[in-house]
Design a protein around this ligand. Structure first.
Ligand code: PEP
Ligand code: MN
Length: 335
């Protein structure tokens, strides 16, 4: 980080600022020019709040040279992080697929879908029990009962399960859940991120609806700073001016994130577009760009789904997507 000090600053004021920075354990290289003094800060500057320093009377400008995320940064961890759950490894060059309905609706439904997606090649089962719905009048999920049904489907099929945690009070119900999902709407629920940073379970962190990649990584950083390094990032489409699709799939986020971080990056083409027929081309594109996995919504009866029917694939359509993706994975871009 570089701090440019105003040329009107006297020695006493400058020393006060330098002491304040040094007290944070940071080394300073001072460069005095005829017009201005520049302080080069060396060390872990991730704890420095740029705005606070910038607001000081004597400071002209502050520039961060290094990214504020340390644990998630590829610079400090050049090798890919590989997160293995059951038969799936995220980050090893393969592209495991997580599939299942948007919401768990009944015992028959979740077991039927679990068996179908497993037969088609899915490595994990997804299903929402606690649902973050835009309308309070929409189906809110089966909650604790939904988790029990997912665990039953796990027992029947052997597929590990992924489901969303919306509030830390729900955590006791997640003991046997294999991957905890943090949904797009909670990506910046920092208290929740801090709590899941204390547990030893993989976290599937979805990108917020309108968040930059740096903000996305800062949220991963919250989890990692607590000690939980098992974070899988999920690009699921962002808000743009386009209305033809539910969101806009930011396909460029895959190679970009993989450059910025060592964490695995997966793609959810279902929520990205909101249209079932778009899932196949988007899945193929994601695989080609080097995605470390996919998460796809599959329903036994999409027209009658309680949630996200229009984007849900039938088990047959899902099988076709898996086959197409598998033909692409060997040729995927690896950076
Ligand atoms: C989901 O995966 O069920 C979900 C609600 O996704 P998102 O948080 O990406 O909207
Ligand atoms: Mn959904």
């Amino acid at each position: 980080m570089v701090v440019v000090v105003k040329n009107s600053t006297n020695e006493q004021e400058l020393n006060k600022l330098m002491t304040r920075i040094k007290d944070m354990g940071i080394e300073i290289h001072v460069s005095r020019g005829s017009m201005q003094t520049v302080l080069g800060l060396v060390g872990d500057t991730s704890r420095i709040d740029i705005e606070t320093i910038e607001a000081l009377e004597i400071v002209e400008a502050v520039k961060r040279i290094q990214e504020p995320y340390k644990n998630a940064n590829r610079k400090f961890h050049p090798d890919n992080t590989v997160i293995t759950v059951g038969d799936a490894s995220f980050g090893d060059g393969s592209c495991p697929i997580i599939a299942g309905p948007c919401s768990v609706e009944s015992e028959e439904q979740i077991i039927y879908v679990a068996e179908k997606v497993k037969a088609a090649g899915a490595k994990l089962l997804r299903g929402g029990a606690f649902k973050p719905r835009t309308s309070p009048y929409a189906f809110q999920g089966m909650r604790g009962e939904g988790i029990k049904l997912l665990l039953e489907a796990k027992q029947v099929t052997g597929l590990p399960i992924v489901t969303e945690l919306m509030d830390i009070s729900q955590l006791p119900l997640f003991e046997e859940v294999d991957i905890i999902q943090i949904g797009a709407r909670n990506m910046q629920n920092f208290e929740l991120l801090k709590e899941i940073g204390k547990i030893d379970k993989p976290i599937l962190l979805k990108r917020g609806l309108a968040n930059t990649l740096q903000e996305f990584l800062m949220s991963a950083e919250y989890i990692m700073a607590g000690g939980n390094e098992k974070v899988i990032l999920c690009e699921r489409g962002i808000r743009t001016f386009e209305t033809a699709t539910r969101n806009t799939l930011d396909i460029s986020a895959i190679p970009m994130l993989k450059n910025m971080t060592h964490l695995p990056v997966i793609v959810d083409p279902s929520h990205a577009c909101g249209i079932a027929r778009m899932v196949k081309p988007m899945s193929m594109a994601a695989a080609a760009c080097g995605a470390d996995g996919l998460m796809i919504e599959v329903h036994n009866d999409p027209p009658h789904a309680k949630c996200d029917g229009p984007q849900s694939l039938t088990p047959e359509a899902f099988e076709d997507v898996v086959k197409s993706v598998n033909t692409i994975v060997p040729f995927a871009f690896k950076g």
